[in-house]
Design a protein around this ligand. Structure first.
Ligand code: SF4
Length: 227
């Protein structure tokens, strides 16, 4: 009988990634959501100098920018872009706006760090689109997803147990926070990302493209040869 084991041990995956790609071969991205602050808490001991990309869209809540600044003050190696304020596309299409304010600045950051492997804070619980993510994904850039098996309760239990600094908007009913014009509170019983782009079919900004179907990925820690 084959048992699939999905580890919740973030440290194990981070140490494996460090052994595979080295200190200079990795970066992380975050918008300082609940998953992101948990991952940062794991990163700080294992890879304290890890470059951490934050995409400043110019449309964030002030609470998000203040949280970013507090994490900079804690010593994290956070790299922000200058927002593209000349771009005002909210009235044309959300996809175009995300492309200009998020995807393009992020791609510029990625290209400047070509060859590094991307550590994300994605989890399978977050949406149907994320339900199939693997620990290791090969797409245009390699991705490692150490938190894929965590659920929302795991995340908030960890935040409270470790007294982590988090976005105070979560205490007001925002469960997933992106840009201010495209983020609403969630109602009881709604999925965690229901408040994002409410009323649109859009569910992702575009930076998390799906993995290439030609490149099958390991489905568990056990199936990753050296993990
Ligand atoms: S989330 Fe909204 S405001 Fe932010 S880049 Fe996308 S469309 Fe523009």
């Amino acid at each position: 009988m084959h048992l699939t084991f999905l580890s919740k041990q973030v440290n194990l995956v981070l140490k494996w990634a460090k052994s595979q790609y080295g200190d200079d071969g990795l970066f992380m991205s975050t918008a300082f959501g609940p998953n992101g602050v948990v991952l940062l808490d794991h990163v700080k001991d294992i890879m304290p100098k890890l470059p951490i990309f934050f995409i400043d869209t110019g449309r964030h809540f002030k609470e998000t920018l203040e949280l970013r600044d507090r994490y900079i003050a804690k010593g994290f190696n956070i790299i922000s872009n200058e927002p593209r304020e000349e771009v005002d596309l909210l009235n044309s299409s959300a996809d175009e706006c995300c492309d200009n304010r998020k995807v393009r600045p992020f791609t510029t950051m990625l290209l400047a760090n070509d060859g590094r492997t991307w550590i994300t804070a994605l989890s399978r619980y977050q949406s149907p689109e994320r339900a199939e993510i693997k620990f290791l994904q090969h797409a245009q850039w390699n991705k490692v997803n150490p938190m894929l098996a965590w659920n929302e309760t795991d995340v908030w239990d960890y935040i409270r147990e470790h007294k982590l600094d988090y976005n105070p908007l979560h205490d007001e009913g925002y469960r997933s926070i992106g840009c201010k014009p495209c983020t609403t509170k969630t109602k009881p019983g709604e999925p965690v990302r229901a408040g994002r782009w409410r009323g649109l079919e859009k569910t992702e900004c575009g930076i998390h493209a799906p993995p290439s179907p030609e490149e099958p990925c390991p489905t568990s820690v056990e199936e990753s040869p050296s993990l």
